[in-house]
Design a protein around this ligand. Structure first.
Ligand SMILES: Nc1ncnc2c1ncn2[C@@H]1O[C@H](COP(=O)(O)OP(=O)(O)OP(=O)(O)O)[C@@H](O)[C@H]1O
Length: 516
């Protein structure tokens, strides 16, 4: 099947709008826990002398061949003295050609990383030894490192050596410390833990707990055929939990996508995920950038240049839930116009007129008909004074065709897609009752998330009471509870009553809710 994961990058706030795709190295072995099965780094003469040889010890055959090799050389030649720095460097950064920062950085202002390079927090003298590359992204590189103090692996994000990236990374540090320390002190809400941060050779380094594959990698491993519904439910529930906390803290993630949701090591053999990458995040009400979110997951209000809130993360979340189920991005548009056209075709309807009237970019995508647009059949007979431009109209205006991507599944509505997607081999007519109910619940769940009107789109808390999430019987379209503003302390909020379940919500995180 053709790769559809390109163009998945976050737009990222200027001036660091992305240009290249994230590099996903193979890091199957990087899932936390592999170290536990490997021999300890200590208690072996070779490893004690040279951290270079530590990696060898993980592979038994190689380990036997090279065991005590340094001592053997010493016996043969008393003059022999093993010096780490004389080893040829195994570079991990590309390009590895020194250009800036006294030859430490490449042309992209990335620190040139190589195996066994030490990143040191000078204040605490804590050392992180680089082992392999996990990802090269917009803001810098993420390397798997060995933390000698705790005898465990960590993921260290080494930010590019440029003021704009540094500033944004400081924001990531401050928002994540707030989330970790104030809103999720017991690490219960599926948000990555930040462990340390420090400057190193003019680069800000941020240390995170080591997590596993991201959800896009997981989908690829499954040949992009989607996950079983039980996993879609479990992951959705956990991402929602994180979103509830973020909304409570007034934080908009701004780049929610499968690549930024990582699998956690199994606890009691239960699958789990955590949200990462707060590098584009901002506080609600203090939004600065308009070019945010990765294109496939970009909300209508961001596309249209309308003021945005935490609701944009719920749109992205809806796209992710659908993708987890069908295995492919829901709106893989090759341009913003293409994304918006797909939304309108698949979801039905379009953004409300008052949003279109006020949004900055409406004219890029829509034609204003002056009065209620008559007979807009393509949109369920929707009455609007706007309609989306045709491809020909865009071409006539821009003197070039808009970029339109491939359709990877039959064109049509989202509900039909969920029921008819080939890999699932589902057919509403012959589905067993229980599966049919699950699919109906999923379709209804998605309805509240990929809702054009940000004011009507469900909040994370409202979505968390949906039967698809709670696992309760789906008896008909879900009516969300009206929600009071979330008390932004993340704790100790009272629950008036607990309608419709929500039992999985961690204690203290349910703000007041009541039925209409
Ligand atoms: N804690 C972690 N554990 C394991 N891998 C990680 C961790 N954090 C990041 N990664 C890997 O590194 C990649 C890039 O991380 P991150 O998204 O934080 O960086 P970024 O520079 O903001 O990237 P992007 O430009 O894609 O948004 C992730 O997709 C993931 O594969």
């Amino acid at each position: 099947m053709e790769e559809t994961g390109r163009e998945r990058k976050a737009a990222g706030p200027p001036p660091w709008a992305p240009t290249k795709s994230t590099v996903f190295r193979s890091y199957a072995a990087a899932v936390v826990g592999d170290r536990a099965e490997a021999p300890s780094a200590r208690g072996n003469g070779v490893a004690a002398r040279s951290s270079n040889l530590r990696a060898v010890r993980k592979r038994p055959i190689v380990a036997r061949l090279t065991r005590d090799i340094v001592q053997t050389f010493e016996k043969c030649n008393p003059e022999f003295n093993y010096v780490d720095s004389l080893n040829p460097k195994h570079f991990l950064t590309t390009p590895a050609v020194p250009v800036h920062n006294d030859g430490l950085d490449n042309a992209n202002s990335d620190l040139i990383l190589y195996v066994n390079l030490e990143l040191v927090n000078k204040k605490s003298d804590r050392r992180y030894i680089v082992e392999e590359m996990l990802g090269q992204g917009t803001f810098g590189q993420v390397a798997k490192c060995w933390d000698a103090e705790t005898n465990s692996y960590v993921a260290v994000k080494v930010i590019k050596n440029q003021p704009a990236f540094y500033q944004q990374a400081i924001m990531e540090v401050s928002l994540l410390s707030m989330l970790n320390d104030k809103f999720d002190p017991d690490d219960q809400h599926h948000i990555v833990r930040m462990l340390d941060f420090f400057p190193w050779k003019n680069h800000l380094c941020i240390t995170f707990e080591m997590l596993g594959h991201n959800l896009y990698e997981l989908l690829k491993k499954n040949n992009l055929r989607g996950l079983q519904l039980q996993f879609v439910r479990t992951f959705s529930r956990q991402i929602l939990d994180a979103l509830i906390v973020m909304k409570g803290a007034g934080i908009i993630h701004c780049d929610l996508k499968p690549e930024n949701i990582l699998i956690t090591p199994k606890v009691n053999s239960a699958a789990g995920v955590k949200v990462i990458d707060f590098g584009s995040a901002c506080m609600e009400g203090k939004t600065i950038y308009s070019y945010i979110q990765s294109r496939y997951y970009r909300s209508p209000e961001v596309l249209l240049g309308y003021p945005y809130t935490t609701a944009i993360d719920m749109w992205s979340f809806g796209c992710i839930v659908a993708e987890l189920y069908i295995g492919l991005p829901l709106f893989p548009g090759a341009s913003e116009y293409d994304v918006l056209s797909r939304m309108i075709e698949m979801v039905g309807g379009q953004p409300p007129d008052d949003l279109l009237r006020e949004a900055k970019n409406t004219r890029k995508f829509f034609k204003h008909a002056g009065s209620i647009y008559p007979g807009n059949e393509a949109h369920d007979g929707l009455r609007s004074s706007y309609r989306i431009l045709t491809e020909d109209e865009v071409e006539a205006r821009d003197s070039k065709k808009p970029k339109i991507g491939k359709w990877y599944f039959p064109r049509g509505r989202l509900d039909r897609l969920i029921f008819s997607y080939p890999w699932k081999n589902l057919n509403e007519g012959n589905l067993p009752e229980a599966e049919k109910e699950d699919c109906l619940a999923l379709v209804d769940f998605l309805r509240g998330l990929v809702e054009f009107d940000p004011n009507k789109r469900w909040s994370p808390l409202q979505a968390s009471y949906h039967p698809f999430i709670t696992g309760e019987a789906f008896t008909g379209p879900y009516e969300p509870f009206r929600e009071t503003p979330v008390i932004p302390v993340g704790r100790a909020a009272t629950v008036d009553h607990n309608p419709g379940g929500g039992h999985w919500l961690a204690a203290g995180l349910s703000p007041q809710v009541w039925k209409h």
